[in-house]
Design a protein around this ligand. Structure first.
Ligand code: SF4
Length: 611
């Protein structure tokens, strides 16, 4: 057994002590997969790092025991801990590129692990490393063992990382978001591989993820964390009918085909700062079922069924007689789909992309001359109607983002763009000067990462005003100010946000700022490039609701680039599936997603994990 007993982890910062993990109890048996799930910042990864004694410099375990068998690893000297780390508990991280040594051949990295933790040496260790590469599905392992990590794809690097970790034959494996950086088809292969290897070696697997669908196909037991604590733990088969109000709200915030007719039930508010000294339930300010005493009583984990525990006072004796404080959940917003499609078809597409080709120069030599062309997009055609959402889906590198950027005219100076992109009959690719400026106003873009896409040195007011001043110089300062105030109201931000800098906002709020910036110039088409993939499920629900509401109110069209099929099912009227720079299949969402005609679409959809 691997036991975590009453673990508390504190992080010291300049302003306060952050309690990243609190009152954590869990145990994992050999051969069991235990999933730890929750939104970002809830303490999952800190728990894993505490188990490996790899906490950041400002972090410390301030309470509890970490038992591997009978041994508390917190008592071990560092020299002994080195053999536990890797030897008894292995860990694979989210990002294989940063977990492998880039200047060491992959084989040497695996041999190093084998020699450190097993009795094998030299040629025997190398032959074992080849064997491991074969088992994790690396083709031609005898040759690839001498490759450096940069010669491998993301999926192959993650396989090497798994081989390196498992080659040390650990009793327990911690997999921290092992497939988050990978495409769905590679994700499915890696998850199958982990399952097989776990069965073969009877490893205890601690799977850390934010993706509930991944959990449903992998885990025996699941624990959900919120604000540093486990709030519900249950066998996987009952976890998906959760009892804790937060777990229940999280399930209802997930997008999907069955929810198209309504707005998603987003969870109001945000996670409280972990520097707070809590005197009651941490979810109380956001809980629709809160009772008067929830704010002043610390809930313990209560038994609600076989191996099923919930940290909620609703399940304490006598709670059924206490009335809720706020009544039921706020009514979900009005139906969105019907209104969204109401303006969808007046016969003429807003945007018509015809035979789009985008090539990037492959440069080399001393003078960096173009040696050839890499064709990222190879003859793509599609239409987007007014008020319609067309989802462009596909795996990374398929050309979907390049297509979006070409339409927004971001590739003019860096790539060879051919074909036509007709916006209301006017070809965007041939425009120059004032006409180009006017067209830029009509087509805007929202990027994936709200942290990277806003200038950190500009206040929100200036961020919103910048585009407006550049693309609509005729609007005077007073009118601009009024427009900007209306915009922050529209995207659900407070007006005092205008004087603040991006770092003062959460991820979801920053994405709202990015949406407001795109809307500032009253575009008719917005290219949304994975706008929710960096966000947690509860925040994603708020942003998807906002996008649909804006479409309903303003009639704007979206070219929605994403790899998340749940989001596509929820938001898209039509879908185009891309592979290797070409469109494999396109049509109405319901048809493409439930009755795909292309083999590639079928493979893609089959690989998507589902609840
Ligand atoms: Fe809601 Fe009270 Fe349960 Fe907390 S303890 S989740 S506030 S009902």
């Amino acid at each position: 057994m691997l036991n975590i007993e009453n673990l508390r982890v504190d992080l010291d910062t300049d302003d306060a002590v952050i309690r990243a993990v609190d009152a954590m109890w869990l145990s994992i048996e050999r051969g069991e997969t235990f999933a730890l799930v929750g939104e970002s910042g809830c303490g999952k990864s800190m728990t894993a790092l505490a188990l490996m004694r790899l906490l950041p410099e400002n972090g410390r375990v301030t309470n509890g025991r970490l038992l591997v068998g009978d041994e508390d690893i917190l008592d071990l000297p560092e020299t002994q801990m080195r053999s536990v780390r890797g030897g008894r508990i292995g860990m694979i991280f989210q990002e294989p590129s940063t977990s492998l040594n880039p200047v060491m051949r992959v084989g040497d990295q695996i041999v190093e692990a084998i020699e450190a933790h097993t009795a094998l040496r030299g040629a025997a260790a190398r032959s074992k490393a080849i064997d491991w590469l074969r088992r994790v599905g690396i083709p031609e392992p005898e040759r690839r063992i001498d490759d450096y990590p940069f010669r491998m794809s993301g999926g192959q690097k993650q396989r090497v990382m798994i081989a390196m970790t498992l080659a040390a034959e650990p009793d327990y494996l911690i997999a921290d978001e092992p497939t988050t950086a990978l495409d769905v088809t590679i994700q499915a292969q890696i998850l199958d591989l982990l399952k097989d290897l776990q069965r073969e070696h009877r490893m205890g697997l601690l799977l850390i993820t934010h993706d509930l669908a991944v959990v449903s196909g992998m885990a025996h037991r699941v624990a959900l964390m919120y604000a540093g604590q486990i709030i519900e733990v249950a066998p996987a088969d009952v976890f998906f009918a959760p009892k804790h109000p937060y777990a229940d709200a999280l399930m209802r915030a997930l997008p999907g085909a069955g929810r198209r007719e309504r707005a998603l039930e987003a969870i109001a508010g945000t996670v409280p700062p972990l520097s707070t000294r809590f005197g009651g339930c941490r979810f109380e300010p956001r809980c629709a079922k809160a009772m008067a005493h929830c704010a002043s009583t610390l809930p313990e984990l209560l038994n609600v069924g076989a191996a099923h525990e919930v940290r909620c006072l609703l399940y304490a004796p006598g709670a059924s007689e206490i009335p809720p404080l706020r009544g039921e959940t706020a009514a979900p917003a009005e139906p969105a789909a019907a209104a969204a499609t109401a303006t969808a078809d007046d016969g003429r597409p807003l945007l018509s992309v015809q035979d789009l080709k985008v090539g990037f120069a492959i440069r080399g030599g001393l003078l960096q001359r173009a040696l050839g062309w890499f064709e990222a997009v190879r003859g793509v055609s599609f239409d987007v109607a007014r008020g319609e959402t067309l989802a462009l889906v596909g795996e990374s590198g398929c050309g979907k983002t390049t297509t979006g950027k070409a339409i927004v005219q971001l590739l003019r100076s860096v790539a060879r763009v051919e074909g036509r992109a007709l916006l209301d009959g006017q070809d965007l690719f041939t425009l120059q000067g004032a006409e180009l400026l006017a067209a830029r106003r009509q087509v805007q873009i929202i990027f994936q990462d709200p942290f990277a896409s806003l200038n950190p040195r500009m206040r929100v007011q200036d961020l919103l005003e910048e585009g407006l001043a550049a693309l609509q110089p005729d609007v005077d300062a007073g009118a601009r100010r009024q427009r900007i105030e209306a915009l922050v109201d529209q995207v659900g931000l407070r007006r005092d946000s205008l004087g603040r800098f991006p770092h003062e906002f959460s991820g979801g709020q920053r994405q709202r700022i990015a949406i407001a910036r795109a809307l500032a110039v009253q575009p008719r088409l917005i290219v949304c490039d994975e706008p929710t993939s960096a966000l947690d499920v509860s925040v994603q629900a708020q942003i998807l609701n906002l996008l649909r509401q804006l479409q309903r109110e303003l009639g704007v069209s979206y070219l929605f680039i994403t790899h998340n099929i749940g989001v596509v099912e929820y938001i898209a009227d039509r879908v185009a599936v891309m592979q290797a720079g070409q469109i494999e299949e396109q049509g109405p969402s319901e048809q493409v997603l439930s009755r795909p005609t292309s083999a590639y679409t079928r493979t893609l959809l089959d690989a998507v994990p589902r609840l």
